[in-house]
Design a protein around this ligand. Structure first.
Ligand code: FDP
Length: 419
């Protein structure tokens, strides 16, 4: 299943789709009608006329002004071109500008160079994730054209109905990451048990945990959905499953891909947050922002207010206070899209415990943890009740947690009502 030809096929199909036919499900492009050219006899007559005129002008110039004057325009033109060319060859002081193009791959490589002990293995994991993101993004964009929307007919480990695209996305990630030699464990929202690929002595040093298609209940209405991932270095103790159950603070990388009006990849390797946008024309994720910081002072909260009656009294008080203090509300119901807005614009996202879901709804290891690392790396705060999310020691792969995350001032505004 994890042959290199398979990977090559996915890569080829992803890049062909993005390069040759962006957007790939379309029929073709509108072209302007071809210009009318003169017909054969007319064309021949025109060319002969111009030729005759040129010969006559040259002949008369030669006889009246001599050779130098005749060729003066050519000399001037040649001199100008040579000077321009020489100017171009003069070395310029090379400075990095914000306009320089940097791909995801080159960004990771340059980040790795900052760590003397880095082996470069990590680049392979991120490149597999970026490959999977292109392939999933391509499927999402074809949602109504290809038969990929609707229930897959199965219920996942969370007791939720799986969508066809959940299953397809899961398969794509498994195929892209499965043949990376340093991946020891793959764990997905869609699989009850983690996939154990390689022992540590066989090179399997990392565990990659992911939600292949978060927010998939929004797929049929074309709302932004996403892939969330978390990378952990497997510890030497216990079984590989136990070695994976680490607190989020240990993540060596985390990120998400938002398949929205553009395909955006947000990544942290513990050294700030960088954002990349997929350029469909060249099939590459291009760096558009680095060292992202969440703006403070945005009075916007993002929660499913229909559940307010089931919230704690402290949270209900916060919402009443927010209503009186000119807060605004934004809730998409797709975590990746909601958190992305908070990351770029500020405010706070919360999915607290409710009477129906006393432990919250979101999954700690592959939803809350990666988002919490990104938010903290962008200068924000992420808590579950009184606890820092990244300090929670997980007891199980699919453990749920409550979530409050956003800019420090907005998270603290909630905590001042709840604690
Ligand atoms: P979905 O069920 O569509 O996959 O984690 C799942 C999630 O979406 C999040 O993306 C989203 O924030 C949340 O559930 C929405 O839940 P509610 O419908 O209960 O608001």
């Amino acid at each position: 299943m994890h042959s290199s030809t398979l990977e090559g096929a996915i890569e080829a199909s992803a890049s062909t789709a993005s390069i040759a036919s962006a957007p790939s499900c379309g029929e073709g492009t509108l072209e302007s009608p071809p210009k009318k050219r003169p017909t054969g006899v007319l064309r021949a007559a025109t060319i002969t006329g111009w030729g005759f005129l040129s010969v006559m002008v040259s002949f008369l110039s030669l006889s009246w002004f001599g050779v130098e004057w005749c060729f003066h325009p050519c000399v001037v033109l040649l001199r100008h071109r040579t000077e321009t060319h020489v100017e171009r060859l003069v070395p310029m002081e090379h400075t990095w500008t914000e306009d320089n193009l940097e791909s995801l791959q080159s960004h990771i490589l340059s980040e790795e160079q900052k760590h003397p002990g880095a082996t470069g293995e990590f680049t392979w994991i991120i490149s597999a994730i970026s490959l999977a993101a292109k392939a999933i993004g391509n499927k999402v964009r074809c949602a109504r054209i290809q038969d990929v929307i609707g229930d897959a007919g199965d219920v996942n480990v969370q007791g939720e109905m799986q969508q066809k695209l959940d299953v397809i996305s899961n398969e794509i990630i498994m195929r892209c990451l499965g043949n990376r030699d340093n991946v020891g464990v793959l764990a997905s929202e869609e699989n009850e048990t983690p996939l154990l690929l390689r022992r540590r002595d066989e090179g399997g040093r990392y565990a990659v945990l992911f939600d292949p298609l978060d927010g998939s209940s929004n797929l049929d209405v074309s709302v932004g959905v996403g892939t969330i991932f978390s990378v952990l270095r497997l510890s030497n103790e216990g079984s590989r499953e136990e070695a994976m159950l680490q607190k989020g603070a240990n993540q060596v990388a985390a990120g998400y891909v938002l398949y929205g009006s553009s395909t955006v990849l947000v990544l942290t390797t513990g050294n700030g947050v960088a954002m990349f946008v997929l350029d469909q024309a060249i099939g590459s994720f291009v760096l558009v922002a680095k060292s992202l910081q969440i703006p403070s002072g945005n009075k916007t909260y993002s929660t499913n207010e229909a559940y307010t009656d089931g919230y704690s009294s402290g949270l209900q008080n916060y919402l009443k206070w927010a209503h009186k203090n000119e807060y605004s509300s934004r809730y998409i119901g797709s975590m990746v899209a909601d958190v992305h807005r908070v990351l770029l614009k500020g405010g706070v996202f919360l999915y607290p415990p409710t009477t129906d879901k006393p432990d919250g709804k979101l999954r700690l290891m592959y939803e809350a943890n990666p988002m919490a690392l990104i938010i903290e790396q962008a200068g924000g705060k992420a808590v579950a009740g009184d606890d820092r999310i990244l300090d929670i020691v997980p007891k199980g792969l699919h453990q749920r947690t409550s979530v409050i995350l956003g800019s420090v001032d907005q998270v603290d505004a909630i905590l001042s009502h709840t604690t």
